[in-house]
Design a protein around this ligand. Structure first.
Ligand code: ZN
Length: 500
């Protein structure tokens, strides 16, 4: 019988776990020396730099095909694990041996004989290679869990973030995070559809690879991802994350509310109607709404009253604006008053800090309590007095609650000052009333201003009426209070908690 010809097969993949393996030139050196020593005939050499974890090695398959054609009867490789690390490839080799198409395998590191015992040993060697791969994947999973415990989501960063390869953390993407924040703010307004949200993203340059708008499901997925407020899901559990949040938990919750509220999207194009819903009809008391007629914006009574048949006519936007402007110009704050108030507000700010400290201490104690609950929950789960589902559910609730509390603590250091800030901006705009009235572009600013001073506007026979004089007087006395009697300021402890 003619002595069999051999194919040399050398392989080393670029995977991390194969770093310890012999390099390809070193394998070839060893194999050629071995062939010479054993007097083997070499028909061809195959060199591959692919992983053997999955059965898709081109050259390996080519080699087996050529063996089936009878070009060689044996394979020479450094170790069985060079040939196969998955059950399919291992099975293929064993099957070729069974049918005697492959008559021999040679390894410098492993003695093989084509007998039932030899095949058994080979199967074990292949099995070990597979075990090695599987164990590695178990180790990887363990590593991932550790990462989760440290507060890092062990997967690809969502849009708006980047995986920092160096530190193995997730950081904000300087190019996109702000757009994601704006998307949340945009959607939280509650008046926009997902389609509009997708348009919003498209305007900011977020489009699909084919140049279309991002798919609506994907937009929803972004809006539902708690990663942006500092949490993340991993194996069905909600975890607190170390990533810098892009949005607050509160904004996230608002968006979730809007998402659940809005099921039927509207596709109408929006025209800004700054005073719709803001003015009341002087005849029937219903709200004044706005609509487009022949390209012009008109305001009119909704005439929804069931007891009164309202006869009020339409009014063109321009006519309404003229009157609104004159109302606003009536309101301007004396400069010396304004300046005095600003100084007073500044002093107020310093005085609040004390109450804030008390309130935030209480919240911090609540957080400590939740931490205790979480650890108690874990104990119950470990003691098996709690089912896994219950554990996960309760833990997610606590983690979410804790996040809200922590946010309140941060907010507390800011929120009371918000009140002062609003007052301050009020004073500043009252000082600027004239400017606001003559601004012909920003009509929403006018509405905001009128709203801020608490004026009630009514309209009858195309004439806008404003109960400003009384309101204004009330405001003046409020000013006096702020200026001269500190006690009316709503800054006691109870009030502080109630605004949160
Ligand atoms: Zn009416």
């Amino acid at each position: 019988m003619k002595s069999p010809a051999y194919f040399i097969y050398a392989r080393k993949s670029t995977d991390d776990e194969e770093r310890q393996q012999l390099s390809i030139p070193a394998q070839l050196d060893e194999l050629r020396t071995f062939a010479q020593k054993e007097g083997l005939v070499i028909a061809d050499t195959f060199i591959e730099s692919k992983t053997a974890k999955v059965p898709c090695r081109e050259l390996f398959n080519q080699m087996l095909n050529r063996i089936e054609k009878g070009e060689a009867q044996g394979i020479l490789a450094w170790h069985p694990d060079r040939l196969a690390r998955n059950a399919v490839d291992a099975g293929r080799i064993v099957y070729l041996l069974d049918r005697n198409i492959l008559s021999d395998l040679k390894f410098p590191t492993f003695w093989f004989q084509n007998t039932p015992q030899g095949l058994f040993m080979l199967s074990i060697a292949f099995g070990q290679s597979k075990y090695y791969v599987d164990a590695l994947s178990v180790n990887t999973k363990r590593g991932l869990r550790q990462k989760v415990r440290l507060g890092w989501m062990p997967s690809c960063a969502p849009i708006g973030y980047l995986n920092d390869r160096l530190t193995k953390t997730i950081v904000k993407n300087p190019k996109t995070w702000l757009i994601i924040k704006q998307l949340f703010e945009f959607y939280a307004e509650g008046s926009h559809t997902i389609i509009e949200a997708s348009d919003f993203l498209a305007k900011k340059g977020f489009i699909s690879p084919y140049g279309n708008n991002i798919h609506l499901d994907r937009v929803k997925k972004i809006l539902k991802n708690p990663f942006y407020c500092g949490l993340f899901w991993y194996s069905k559990e909600l975890h607190p994350g170390k990533q810098e949040p892009i949005i607050s938990k509160k904004l996230y919750d608002t968006v979730q509310e809007v998402l659940s509220r809005r099921c039927h999207p509207k596709s109408k194009i929006r025209v800004p109607k700054p005073f719709a819903g803001f003015i009341k009809c002087g005849e029937c008391g219903m709200t004044i709404t706005a609509e487009i007629q022949k390209g012009y914006l008109y305001y009119r009574c909704t005439k929804k009253s069931k007891v009164h048949d309202c006869s009020q006519p339409f009014i063109r936007e321009e006519k309404l604006l003229e009157q609104v402007n004159s109302v606003i110009s009536q309101v301007s704050l004396r400069t010396d008053w304004g300046e005095h108030m600003l100084a007073k507000l500044k002093t107020e700010r310093d005085n609040i800090s004390q109450s804030v400290m008390v309130a935030s201490k209480e919240l911090k104690e609540k957080v400590i309590l939740i931490n205790k609950k979480i650890s108690f929950l874990l104990d119950s789960f470990v003691d098996q007095t709690l089912s896994r589902e219950d554990y996960l559910l309760k833990k997610s609730q606590l983690v979410s609650e804790k996040k809200s509390l922590e946010e309140k603590i941060i907010e507390l250091s800011r929120r009371p000052f918000d009140w002062l800030e609003r007052m301050r901006s009020w004073v500043i705009s009252a000082l600027e009333a004239d400017k606001i009235a003559s601004d012909n572009k920003n009509h929403f600013q006018k509405r905001e201003f009128l709203n801020m001073i608490g004026s009630n506007l009514t309209m009858k026979d195309k004439t806008v009426d404003c109960d400003l004089p009384d309101q204004w007087a009330a405001l003046e006395s409020n000013y006096r209070s702020v200026l001269y009697q500190r006690t009316v300021l709503p800054l006691n402890y109870a009030r502080l908690l109630s605004i949160l």
